[in-house]
Design a protein around this ligand. Structure first.
Ligand code: GLC
Length: 440
């Protein structure tokens, strides 16, 4: 079986498709600036000036076990941490650069600590690696799309040898795949312009990775096209839409469902940004998660620890609330995917074999329409407390079925009379478990 065949991808992403919920962690020396991980590019800061953050970096409160605890209690099953972001700073003890955490006053291999803590907590381990590098002298600067020195005339005639950069970055990926035991996800970021695919020597890279880490899954930002019937070897194992949930399931040219994962921020920043207070509500994160699962996707929610290595309090509060919801309703998320039945107008469906989960986020006027589901439902229960949900006819059936609904439909109600409107048992998201009849 080819490593990039549909079957191979489906097979190795099994745990990932069952996990459904993970943590993204953006951490680096940019946390000191506190204006996001793009600060160097946005403010066109020179390498020399940017070094002040390197000289100062000492996340004295970085405690990977504490991070793992927050992630675990949020109900997340895996995490992805930035081993190197676009600024080039490495959180691991690479032999190929001096620009690394072990050379700062903290003197620690933060990736090693993270990986060990995740494993202790039985979480899958993901590594983010930036293809861009604003520190490496052989990465194009002048005229590049986003390099901090893109407009600086002093860089105009500076020569660089991109092959050297490729050797450097492949070398670092090799270190990451060799020195830390099993890595479950390699998350590359990102391709643009002509900087994609073979410009990264992606075939060679992916072959090396799969040799070192046979079970690893890789994202799709090396620049291939997962949707082709014969995708490139580097096309990736899952699609990675950013800050936007696809309208429908993600499929390839043959209409087969592809694994995917939306990444989203909790405020509007990936890297720490103290001024960004635009945090989402826990109920909103829950809704995003359900929306993803209802279309066979995953959700990767970001955490941006501060300069001292602490997870912002607001993030902790949101995540623990989501975790609380998942403790009640997790069976409708983990191991679930898109339903054979089209998503309803009033919410979402997720499904696992014969069990359909109906997710409601707002009260419905009167009883809840289940389109085309007459004689198909064995029983209905609220997942969180096991209580009965009434499966009923249209409330006014005796006077003739309303013209607006079909006789094939059936209705759900939280109480009697069934035509009444009831508050949701859990306003963050109420899940009704529906045992479907086998011969439906
Ligand atoms: C973008 C950004 C980057 C962030 C990533 C997360 O590609 O460049 O800062 O890490 O998205 O998906």
């Amino acid at each position: 079986m080819k490593t990039n065949s549909y079957e191979a991808i489906w097979d190795r992403t099994k745990w990932f498709r069952e996990a459904r919920f993970g943590a993204f962690i953006h951490f680096g020396i940019y946390a000191i600036a506190g204006r996001g991980e793009w600060v160097q590019s946005a403010e066109k800061i020179s390498k020399e000036k940017y070094r002040q953050y390197f000289d100062e970096f000492n996340p004295d409160s970085y405690d990977a076990d504490e991070w793992a605890k927050v992630i675990k209690e949020a109900g997340m099953k895996y995490a992805v941490l930035t081993a190197k972001h676009h600024d080039g700073f490495c959180l691991f003890d690479s032999q190929l650069t001096d620009f690394k955490s072990t050379n700062t006053s903290c003197k620690r291999d933060l990736i090693k600590e993270y990986i060990e803590a995740l494993r202790r907590a039985d979480l899958k381990v993901g590594i983010y690696y930036s293809l861009l590098d604003w520190d490496h002298p052989d990465y194009p600067a002048y005229g590049d799309r986003q390099h901090p020195m893109r407009y600086n005339e002093d860089f105009k005639n500076k020569s660089h040898d991109f092959d050297k950069y490729i050797a450097y970055f492949h070398g670092q990926v090799k270190e990451l795949c060799t020195n830390y035991g099993k890595i479950d996800i390699m998350w590359f970021d990102f391709s643009y312009w002509e900087m994609k695919g073979e410009a990264w020597k992606a075939t060679e890279l992916v072959k090396m990775i799969r040799e070192l880490q046979p079970d690893i899954i890789i994202d799709n930002r090396l620049g291939g096209n997962m949707e082709l019937s014969h995708p490139e070897i580097y096309a990736g194992d899952f699609d990675g839409p950013e800050q936007c949930i696809p309208r429908d399931m993600v499929v390839n040219e043959q209409g087969q469902s592809l694994p995917w994962e939306v990444c989203m921020t909790l405020n509007n920043s990936w890297g720490y940004c103290g001024m960004d207070k635009a945090y989402k509500l826990p109920s909103f994160v829950i809704k995003c998660l359900v929306d993803c699962v209802s279309k066979n996707g995953n959700l990767l929610v970001n955490i941006g620890p501060d300069a001292r290595g602490r997870i912002p309090k607001q993030s902790k509060t949101i995540l623990s609330e989501v975790g609380d919801w998942l403790r009640d309703n997790g069976e409708s998320i983990y191991g679930c995917g898109a339903s054979e039945i089209e998503n309803p107008q009033w919410g979402r469906f997720t499904q696992k074999e014969n069990t359909l989960y109906a997710h409601l986020f707002n009260p419905v006027l009167g009883h809840i329409n289940m389109k085309g589901m007459r004689d198909k439902i064995q029983k209905a229960r609220v997942v969180a407390d096991g209580s009965e949900v009434i499966v009923t006819d249209f409330w006014n059936l005796d006077n003739g079925v309303s013209k607006m609904d079909s006789p094939e439909d059936v209705y759900l109600a939280f109480g009697y009379p069934v035509a009444n409107t009831y508050d949701l048992p859990d306003p963050r998201g109420t899940v009704i478990k529906l045992e479907l009849k086998v011969n439906r």
